[in-house]
Ligand binder design. Structure first.
Ligand code: 13P
Ligand code: SF4
Length: 348
């Protein structure tokens, strides 16, 4: 491992300012230690326009690399160490399905605007841009949902039903004002059997890592560490977030953990386990930090596909001139970028 690490550092030094390595907080320490920037989805997207490097090697899943490519300057190459690392939730909604449903709802004479979580692919972001909607991340879902409700009577939130419901609760939208869509085998929604007139329509997607947390996990943590504080990512179900002391984006969870150092309490954190372990290590005992769920089940299998070996291979491909960059469809590029830049404009 040391050889791989030194080989990465030696190539990184050789490439100097021509290279920028970015990584999501859910990557392993062995990858993160080589990154120029780490962040959550929003922080990384915000960084891209100010990066001047010729090569951006993006350690994360494919929708993140695609967002980077959408925001990159002309001539910059975005390279994913493992292009097959995708987000399981992003795969739960396709552009064709979203377009069909949006068209169907509008054809019923209902005013609807799409708001898509950034965990979606470029063709879906393009549909969202085309229909006048925007992207959001877990860090700004509340602001963006508020924006969407000011622009339309009804919002279609794609694809994370849990983030959608947690955000609706923050905005005081009662349960009888939202509805989780039931998609038929033809990809359409049956207006006879479901209340499509409701204010918030939710795509039935979820993150298998965060949606696996249950109220029983919270009860077990409270029993194991009496008096503990429990925080969780809002991709967990509202039944779980309601039992926690706080729920928030990856950046919120990090700031919250840093603020608790020295408070002498146990902090139980419900999010991807690589990040929780890193927070525990960083706190150096100033605060006991434990994962809500530990082990394999709490790790994102796609993030784990990015390894130091693959990062090294990406740098070697730059060195040898054989790199493969993220290529976007020209037809999707502009409308997809619009859906992202709307968010960046609104949220600064
Ligand atoms: P963040 O928006 O908090 O970075 O989360 C991305 C993600 O994939 C969470 O599972
Ligand atoms: Fe997707 Fe969940 Fe993995 Fe995040 S943790 S990348 S939402 S599967």
């Amino acid at each position: 491992m040391q050889d791989i690490s030194s080989a990465i550092e030696s190539l990184r030094t050789g490439l100097g300012s021509r290279l920028c390595i970015m990584g999501h907080h859910y990557e392993s320490d062995a990858v993160v230690e080589h990154c120029d920037f780490t962040g959550d989805s929003l922080e990384l997207a915000r960084r891209i326009p100010s990066v001047d490097a010729e090569f951006i090697v993006f350690c994360g899943v494919s929708f993140m690399g695609e967002s980077a490519a959408l925001l990159a300057k002309q001539g910059q190459a975005v390279i994913l160490p493992e292009p097959a690392a995708d987000c399981q939730m992003a795969r739960m909604s396709t552009a064709a399905d979203a377009r069909r449903v949006l068209k169907q709802i509008r054809d019923l004479g209902l005013d609807v605007l799409p708001l898509a979580y950034v965990n979606t692919d470029v063709p879906l972001k393009a549909v969202v841009g085309e229909f006048g909607g925007s992207v959001c991340t877990s860090a700004n879902a509340r602001t963006m949902m508020d924006w969407a409700f000011n622009a339309a009577e009804r919002v279609l939130f794609i694809p994370d039903m849990h983030l959608g419901r947690n955000t609706a609760r923050q905005l005081g939208i009662p349960e009888d004002e939202w509805h989780i869509l039931e998609l038929g085998p033809d990809g359409l929604v049956n207006p006879q059997s479901q209340p499509l007139g409701r204010k918030l329509l939710l795509w039935p997607g979820y993150c298998p890592v965060h949606a696996a947390y249950t109220p029983a996990h919270i009860e077990a943590a409270r029993a194991a560490w009496p008096g503990c504080r429990i925080t969780v990512h809002p991709e967990a179900s509202p039944e779980v977030t309601a039992l926690c002391d706080a729920a928030g984006s990856t950046s919120f969870l990090i700031k919250d953990a840093e603020a608790r150092a020295g408070a002498g309490e146990t902090l139980v954190v419900g999010t991807e386990v690589n990040l929780v372990r890193r927070l525990a290590k960083r706190s150096q005992g100033a605060c006991r930090i434990v994962p809500l769920v530990d082990g394999e089940a709490a790790a994102c299998p796609d993030m784990a596909m990015v390894t130091p070996e693959k990062l090294l291979a990406s740098l070697q491909s730059i060195e040898s001139g054989s790199w493969r960059q993220v290529v976007l469809s020209e037809a999707d590029r502009e409308p997809a970028r619009l859906s992202l830049t709307r968010m960046l404009k609104i949220c600064g």
